[in-house]
Write a protein that binds this ligand. Structure first.
Ligand code: ARG
Length: 467
């Protein structure tokens, strides 16, 4: 058709049927990152100011040019913050968008900013700064979540509930103890985040394209100005490395897995069948057709966000796994994964913190459930070991017979008459009833880290001091 032959930018005649635009436009679309890396504008400008200041300090550019550059960059910062900046896809990414605008604002001095650096170390710097801030925010948010659990644990240090294995009633525990299990989990997540900050805390700027530079730059100066502990030590590794992003994602994935387990427990606990907790209206929704329903949507969405975070981790690991050193354009695909995971993680932590703080705990339901399902059977076996001198294996067998009898009578262990128990084992006395209540069961488990209220209070004190 005439149009195809006259317009050199129209889509390729052999394979371009489904493309509305020509090769240049497709190249632009696949190449440009401005759509997402504009999020790095503040880091890009901070990095450039530190770089220009160092260049002037080292006599590589004049103080006059440096002043113009810094002034221009600050103007651009307020333009972007004020929503008065036009991002251009032709200029590919945030680095070139800022530099092009700088040239318009200050003229030829703008061209001196890129002395002794490359976009390879520039993007590594911007992204590291962004991930560092995100890790710091995550650390704080986890601290808030831990604090919420500590408050609930203190409130419920004595509230008994069934402890589960295989989601079958196992032994009575306290709700405070269960809350403290999450404190341990989120405490480990926070340590992982802190380690990630420590690993990341090296400044990439000055590695240049990959080989360093012949200009007499001072990388220690820029590292210090940007709040890094020290500069990175190998210029090739510096522009090749995205471990900091992968460590963020893996810490996020593990924390997400914990958040998802918590979300799942809340989904289960808030069913009418369990009735252990009631979610506040703020974190649930009604059904458009069934008026009685209160759905734990926020918890379900936290469970789902975990899937997205895992996806981002696997995506970035896969992007990086076959890349030769040093920089390859594949690495541009790192940012969306991290941005998306960060957003999901922030939302998930905030939602779970709110849910934990707001939910109403039904201690009566928990206590009733704690006593059902022969949850104190182990206590009977332990009593037989302690008081009647039976080997644990024999005590286990005797207890099994008592459970079977109670089951056939449709009653609890504590409701079996002494004569029934003595028919199973002659050495059982009425003292045994002292250990068959859930409170006695819980109070007896005083081993370090056990569920006895006295132990739980010690663990709460330990974490209060660290939080
Ligand atoms: N937009 C690029 C990225 O995000 C910046 C680095 C480009 N470097 C290059 N040599 N093409 O990775």
């Amino acid at each position: 058709m005439a149009d195809d032959t006259t317009d050199t930018k129209s889509s390729n005649q052999m394979w371009g049927g489904r493309f509305a635009s020509g090769p240049d436009a497709i190249m632009e679309e696949i190449n440009a990152s401005i759509g997402f890396d504009k999020k790095l504008f503040a880091q890009d400008i901070r990095g450039s100011i530190a770089h220009a200041t160092m260049l002037a300090h080292q006599g590589i550019i004049s103080t006059d040019d440096k002043d113009k550059i810094v002034h221009g960059l600050n103007t651009i910062l307020s333009e972007i913050e004020g929503g008065n900046f036009e991002f251009s896809r032709q200029l590919e990414d945030i680095h070139m968008n800022v530099e092009a605008r700088l040239a318009t604002l200050i003229g030829p001095a703008a061209g001196r900013l890129h002395t002794a650096r490359s976009r390879n170390d520039q993007v590594a710097l911007d992204f590291r700064l962004w991930v560092k801030e995100e890790l710091q925010k995550t650390e704080q948010m986890l601290t808030g979540l831990i604090a919420a659990f500590l408050d609930r644990a203190e409130e419920h240090a004595e509230s008994v509930m069934p402890g589960f294995t295989h989601l079958q009633t196992a032994q009575p525990v306290t709700f405070g103890h269960h809350c403290m299990a999450y404190v341990e989990m989120f405490g480990r997540d926070r340590s992982r985040v802190r380690h990630a900050i420590e690993h990341l805390d090296e400044s990439p700027i000055g590695a240049a394209a990959l080989a360093g530079t012949g200009y007499p730059i001072d990388r220690h100066m820029t590292a210090k100005a940007l709040g890094f502990r020290e500069p990175t030590r190998n210029s090739i590794d510096t522009v090749s490395d995205r471990d900091f992003a992968i460590e963020f994602l893996s810490a996020a994935a593990i924390a997400g897995m914990h958040l998802s387990r918590l979300a799942e427990e809340i989904v289960i606990w808030s069913t009418p069948q369990f009735g252990f907790v009631r979610l506040s209206d703020a974190f649930s929704t009604g059904s458009s057709i069934m008026p009685q329903k209160k759905n734990p949507d926020a918890a379900e969405l936290v469970r789902a966000k975990t899937g997205r975070i895992n996806g981002s981790l696997v995506a970035l690991l896969t992007i990086m796994k076959g890349l030769p050193l040093a920089y390859s354009k594949d690495m541009q695909e790192d940012k969306e994964q991290v941005f998306d995971a960060a957003e999901s993680l922030e939302l998930a932590i905030a939602a779970m913190t709110g849910m934990v703080r707001d939910m109403t705990v039904n201690t009566a339901r928990m206590k009733a459930a704690a006593g059902s399902g022969y949850s104190t059977a182990t206590d009977l076996a332990d009593w037989l070991v302690r008081e009647a001198g039976l080997p644990f294996r024999d005590a286990h067998h005797v207890t099994g017979r008592a459970v079977a009898l109670a089951e056939s009578k449709g009653c609890d262990l504590a409701e079996l008459p002494l004569s029934d128990l003595q028919a199973i084992h002659a050495d059982i006395t009425d003292k045994v009833y002292d250990v068959l209540t859930v409170e006695a069961s819980v109070a007896s488990r005083k081993s370090f880290g056990g569920t006895a209220p006295s132990e739980v209070r010690k663990q709460i004190a330990f974490w209060r001091a660290r939080n």
